[in-house]
Write a protein of this length. Structure first.
Length: 164
């Protein structure tokens, strides 16, 4: 289904009242993975607001993405326990290895990098979540191995799909 039709379907669940703006943006991002310029313009039209106001809201809140996430979204926990156990160093290591900054996606679309407040796994801090898998007691030294394993898995999956 075309993106604008998908957004239209999502917006049908909301009244065009200001208190529904954030939940509507969250629902669209949940469905699409991010908020495109077209999505923001469509939301602005639905809520009878200027597009600049929607853009301002989307850029103000860290929860919103304006670019598509990678196939392997990397979420590094920077909650108190994870931060104290080196979560910031893990985030820096992913940034270096992937050659992207927090909030960006690699050129090949394989990885995106985000920080998160807490996963509730403080007893195994620092924690990284990639796709739906939790990586406990992560260190900057383990980052390269995790990336290599995910890239190898992508190659294997691609080869399995290419075979007749």
């Amino acid at each position: 289904m075309e993106e604008s039709k998908q957004i239209e379907e999502i917006l049908k669940g909301f009244q065009p009242e200001r208190e529904n703006l954030l939940p509507a943006l969250q629902a669209i991002q949940e469905h699409l993975g991010y908020l495109s310029r077209g999505a923001m313009e469509q939301v602005a039209h639905f809520f009878h607001l200027p597009p600049s106001e929607i853009f301002s809201i989307v850029t103000f809140y860290n929860q919103f993405r304006r670019t598509p996430p990678g196939r392997h979204p990397v979420h590094v926990c920077l909650g108190t326990a994870c931060y104290l156990m080196g979560g910031d160093l893990v985030l820096d290591a992913f940034s270096r290895e992937l050659q992207i900054k927090k909030g960006d996606t690699t050129e090949d679309g394989a990885f995106s990098l985000e920080s998160t407040a807490c996963f509730g796994c403080c007893n195994v801090a620092p924690v990284v979540k990639i796709n739906d898998q939790i990586y406990p007691k992560m260190t900057s030294g383990k980052v390269e191995e995790v990336i290599i394993n995910l890239r190898d898995k992508d190659k294997t999956d691609k080869n399995n799909h290419d075979e007749p």
